[in-house]
Design a protein around this ligand. Sequence first.
Ligand code: SF4
Ligand code: FES
Length: 317
Amino acid sequence: MPKVTIDGISIEVPEGTSILNAARMIGGEIVPPAMCYYTKLETSGGYCRTCMVKVVKGSEKDPRPMPKLVASCRQPVMDGLEVQNITSPEVVEARAGVVEFLLMNHPLDCPICDQAGECNLQDLGYEHGKDGTRYEFSRREFEKKDIGDKIQLHMTRCILCYRCVKVADQLCPSRVHGVMNRGDVAEISTYIEKAIDNEMSGNMIDVCPVGALTDKTFRFKSRVWFTKPVEAHRNCTKCSGNVRLWFKGEDVLRVTGRKDQWGEVKEFICNECRYDKKNVSDWVIEQPTHVDRQSVISQNHYENLKQMKLDVKKLKK
Ligand code: SF4
Ligand code: FES
């Protein structure tokens, strides 16, 4: 098995593993952020450049460094490969540049955006963003569009990661979707509206890393950090039926796929589970969701609340 070293930590990984996935096997802070790569979507990755790393040694056979930073989600490892991520000032600076670039046209409307609290770009902005922007031109803006009766597209927030296109391509029956135009006039195609009437289309909402595609049945019902996520399942003939329910009080406000620590859904779910089963009696509740992302979403969460109670006790002593 090829041995790869990332920020000084070595690991042996199966042949063909990407640098990003090798880093995920190691875990922790050395894992590059990924805004467009999605494990379960074939050919995803290579669009956003947030996962860039520096290859300082190509392999045992050819130890020459790679001349430019590479997208770690697309670059397979080779035996002896040595990579710098957070230990390279060049990578850190380049990533800040990518974030600045992504935010060039993205509105800074987190206070009114439904994705706030679970937005990968918001997290990325906090972790790598700069204080200001050098962009002096007006940001591009689009009218909001209804994509079917349950999904709203706010193209102004789209970062063109292509994940929703891949969901439409790989989970929906026919290919009637895509990105129209190129450069600063590129946008998610209106053809996608036609791809929406099928039972897996809601997964586009889950894979969208920003607030461009949102669930109309949940929009403006609650800030996500006021909800309580729990794992639940039901017998479903169309999907695994393993979902995450988002409660506010006794009410199920939203149903989504379960996401892993990288923010990717473990199993895609059908629209019946997502939109039509919002009674508690529809579900077998398993346990509270473990939220370990550093996002604001982890605030008000059960596990944190428990921790806070413990801390209060300590203080009283
Ligand atoms: S709408 Fe969302 S998922 Fe689709 S390309 Fe834009 S950012 Fe990516
Ligand atoms: S995650 Fe690698 S280029 Fe986007």
